[in-house]
Design a protein. Structure first.
Length: 246
């Protein structure tokens, strides 16, 4: 399976912006968290049987205020710093007028033009993912044409395909059910991966921090880069379930 990770350059105010108002994090800290989660996701794919493709946004697809600089260089530096200079990573720029179009163009091209047997789109904001979920999704794609990984608040963290769907508005909220409906409309069978939280929302960040604390208590470490960030800034879950800083 080719595992596509759609990624933005890790810039303040561009990535994880919803956390600035909904969590104790600043814009700079949100960008640092994004870098950490990307590193953990890339590590998970590298340890799996999948082939990693980083699908980055360039100046043509970024907001006008972020169209300067060299987005590709920033993404390459982030990935190679996480995995090393010799890592087997494919880099491709995103093409399309919106997120659904960009993901659809990538998936359809890989399936129809390059002859890939299966393509999985894995969000870069799910640090608790590991090779078990990735390889399990690849196995499920032998039985179902589409496999979806549910996340918090009706979102999906993974969408795998052996055949393309109509990607027009496929990521409309809630994208988990929207993607399933698109697959059903195309006559494709749908399977599901285990649920995992995404730090893209405050609720998902809380669930991720709780998951990290649970893994530490169970002596089952993982998501090393994200765990190190959480420890550095002192994030923890309070007695009322809110996200706090120590």
């Amino acid at each position: 399976m080719i595992v596509v990770v759609p990624i933005d350059p890790p810039r303040d105010g561009l990535v994880l912006s919803s956390l600035v108002d909904g969590s104790p994090l600043t814009e700079a800290e949100a960008a640092s968290l994004y870098e950490a989660t990307v590193a953990d996701v890339c590590w998970a794919v590298a340890r799996s049987g999948g082939d990693l493709l980083l699908n980055y946004r360039d100046a043509e697809t970024l907001p006008a205020d972020d169209a300067d600089g060299d987005p590709e260089a920033e993404v390459r530096a982030l990935a190679l710093d996480a995995l090393g200079e010799d890592a087997a990573i494919r880099f491709e720029r995103q093409v399309g007028s919106n997120r659904a179009a960009r993901i659809g163009n990538t998936v359809t091209h890989l399936l129809e033009q390059e002859g890939a047997q299966s393509v999985g789109v894995l969000e870069p904001t799910v640090p608790l993912v590991n090779r078990t979920e990735i390889d399990g999704a690849a196995m499920s794609l032998r039985r179902h044409e589409v496999v979806l990984g549910p996340s918090t608040e009706g979102r999906s963290y993974f969408a795998g395909f052996t055949a393309p769907i109509d990607f027009t508005d496929a990521y409309a909220t809630p994208d988990l059910s929207t993607l399933a409906e698109k697959a059903a409309a195309a006559g494709l069978g749908v399977g599901f991966a285990p649920m995992l939280p995404s730090v893209a929302t405050p609720a998902g960040l809380r669930a991720t921090v709780a998951g990290l604390e649970a893994r530490r208590a169970a002596d089952r470490p993982g998501a090393e880069a994200t765990a190190a960030f959480v420890d550095e800034v002192g994030l923890t879950i309070g007695g009322d379930g809110s996200l706090e800083r120590e």
